[in-house]
Design a protein around this ligand. Structure first.
Ligand code: DNO
Length: 395
């Protein structure tokens, strides 16, 4: 697979020169300064493409070209926004950039409750605490009927948290769940917003009456509309799985399970309608057999995120080392290396280690932690290629 890296543009303190030194071949990035819904102009795309080329790499994947909420909930402005999306795709196609990652998660993208969960070795990682999340939903957001979505055992923990969490800890939960993890991925809420919870509630209201069926219809509507421009330029659209892969905050999520992926590829059969195979997101679903899903849908996988998780008792999950956990990265590398040796792959969610913590990187996007993970995956790829070249050793 092609070794790629998510880079946040010229403002990123991790420079392209640093990435070259650690063996990165392709860059995954976006026009982060363009507000969601506006057209990505060709001159800006070309400027970024050339900046990357000047350092000896290339712009391999767009992550993300964000899909506006009104397209997801099917608001009156959706056709205009889809036209803008098509114009951006066409400009990307003309600039020769042909792999586009996006997601279709309503209101909120990826969710964690702790961005600095300390491990015994002194590093730290990302963590999802189910009771903490339920506390945010039931007590901070105060969503009507939220309690019905949680088992009694979790509601008991919520009641306890209500007595024990300090005001600062509550604030930090809000920051983690809806602010810090969202802004840098062009999400709906950023550090600049002074009333994030109120804004968040307003966004949730837009989805009144939108269930799984409606959201699926809206995704199909969007894909049907963008497929012609993808055909014209050979662009692969790659939907990112839901993280975590389950319904949250009363919102439907439709890219979570094997059945969801089967629906996705079946409902729009064009092979440009593809998948970002995020092993980490999928691995947090207890029912998901990650290598099985990769084997089944590999023909429609155009981009891979390699990371892994462990599911803990009580519904919590934690990022696992890239060599372990439910992501089964060794098996995935076998499947994907065999299929397409130039398939773009990036590691995801590095730990904080060796001074990363002081650098204020975007959560999950540390330098040393990701470099360490990339080295692990690079080693796995070398071993798998060796297996493929010397099958006699493995009979
Ligand atoms: C978080 C990421 C997500 C993902 C986007 C794709 O670290 O996995 O933000 O990139 O959802 O649109």
């Amino acid at each position: 697979m092609e070794k790629t890296w998510r880079w946040f543009g010229e403002k990123d303190s991790i420079t392209l020169d640093m990435l070259r030194q650690i063996g990165v071949e392709g860059i995954v990035t976006a026009l982060h300064d363009v507000p969601n819904g506006e057209i990505w102009q060709k001159d800006k795309i070309v400027e970024v493409r050339e900046y990357i080329q000047a350092s000896g790499m290339h712009w391999s994947v767009v992550e993300s070209l964000p899909v506006c909420e009104a397209i997801k909930f099917g608001g009156p402005e959706r056709d205009r926004l889809i036209d803008n999306y098509i114009a951006s795709l066409s400009n990307l196609g003309e600039a020769g950039i042909k792999t586009v990652c996006y997601n279709f998660m309503p209101v909120i993208d990826w969710i964690r409750t702790d961005l600095d969960y300390r491990l015994p070795d002194g590093t730290s990682t990302l963590y999802f605490n189910y009771a903490g999340f339920a506390y945010f939903d039931c007590r901070i957001l105060g969503r009507a009927g939220a309690e019905k979505d949680y088992p009694d055992s979790v509601l008991e923990k919520v009641a306890k948290l209500d007595r024990t969490l300090s005001a600062r800890e509550k604030q930090s939960l809000i920051d983690t769940i809806i602010v810090k993890t969202q802004g840098f991925v062009n999400g709906n809420i950023s550090e600049k917003d002074d009333a994030p919870v109120r804004l968040f509630r307003q966004l949730l209201e837009k989805y009144d009456g939108i269930g799984r069926k409606e959201l699926r219809q809206n995704l199909k509507y969007f894909l049907d509309a963008v497929m012609p421009v993808c055909d014209r330029y050979g662009i692969d659209m790659c939907v990112h799985p839901d993280d975590p892969p389950c319904q949250v905050l009363g919102l439907p999520r439709i890219i979570s399970s094997e059945e969801d992926l089967a629906w996705l590829v079946g409902s729009v059969g064009n092979r440009h309608n593809g998948i970002t195979f995020c092993a980490g997101s999928l691995s947090a679903g207890p029912e998901n057999n990650v290598p099985g899903m990769a084997a089944r849908f590999k023909d429609r996988v155009h981009f891979v995120h390699l990371r892994s998780t462990d599911i803990l008792p009580g519904g919590d999950f934690i990022e696992a080392p890239h060599t372990a956990g439910r992501g089964h990265i060794v098996d995935l590398v076998r499947i994907f290396e065999n299929m397409r040796p130039d398939l773009p792959m990036r590691v995801d969610h590095g730990r904080l280690m060796l001074g990363d913590r002081e650098k204020n990187y975007n959560p999950g996007y540390s330098f040393y932690g990701r470099m360490y993970a990339l080295a692990q995956v690079d080693g796995i790829m070398a071993a798998v290629r060796n297996e493929m070249d010397n099958p006699k050793f493995f009979i």
